[in-house]
Design a protein around this ligand. Structure first.
Ligand code: GNR
Ligand code: NI
Length: 172
């Protein structure tokens, strides 16, 4: 178990498309354990492997509200089967875009197929925050960040702030 460094924009790795996992083995389980530690330490409700620099299609999440009752979820090679045409808007943030938040509209429900911690095939119907978070994390697997959905102006303002903070080592 280890807390890893989370990559932040601007970083080319965050734009890389992640590769499918061939087999869920101990190496992947170790990565998922470390990702979960990293996510809880941040703290955040989801994390994609690329955010710790590993370009594999692996996501961990925990959207439980009770800090004392952990409900970790693991998704390997997730595929969205169905997206609802109805939309929902959430204020999103991202550990790779620190301290920046924006309202993002996405399908309000989705169905996802994936392999679990043990490599077993699973499917899940998600709505609410779970649906939003899964879609946010799956975007990471394609090298997409939530700021990509904003207007050019809003996006460039956020990127400017981030580069400034990075170069002067100030974290606001
Ligand atoms: O911790 C996180 N919170 C969050 C809130 C609204 C929508 C998406 C998220 S995911 C984010 C953690 C993160 O960056 N995952 O990639
Ligand atoms: Ni994110």
């Amino acid at each position: 178990m280890a807390v890893k460094k989370i990559l932040t924009e601007p970083n080319k790795l965050l734009r890389q498309v992640s590769s499918p996992v061939e087999k869920v083995s101990d190496e992947e389980r170790k990565l998922m354990d470390d990702m979960l530690d990293t996510m809880y330490a941040a703290p955040g409700i989801g994390l994609a492997a690329i955010q710790v620099g590993v370009p594999k299609r692996i996501i961990v999440m925990d959207i439980s509200k009770d800090e004392n009752k952990k409900e970790p979820m693991y998704f390997v090679n997730p595929i969205i089967k169905n997206k609802n045409s109805e939309k929902a808007t959430y204020e999103e943030g991202c550990l790779s875009v620190p301290n920046q938040f924006a309202e993002i509209e996405r399908p309000n429900k989705c169905e996802v197929e994936y392999l679990d911690y043990n490599g077993k095939k699973q499917s899940l119907k998600a709505d609410g925050l779970l649906a939003t978070c899964i879609q946010h994390e799956m975007d990471h697997l394609e090298g997409i960040l939530f700021i990509d959905y904003l207007s050019k102006l809003k996006k460039s303002m956020i990127l400017k702030k981030l580069s400034k903070n990075k170069s002067s080592r100030i974290v606001v």
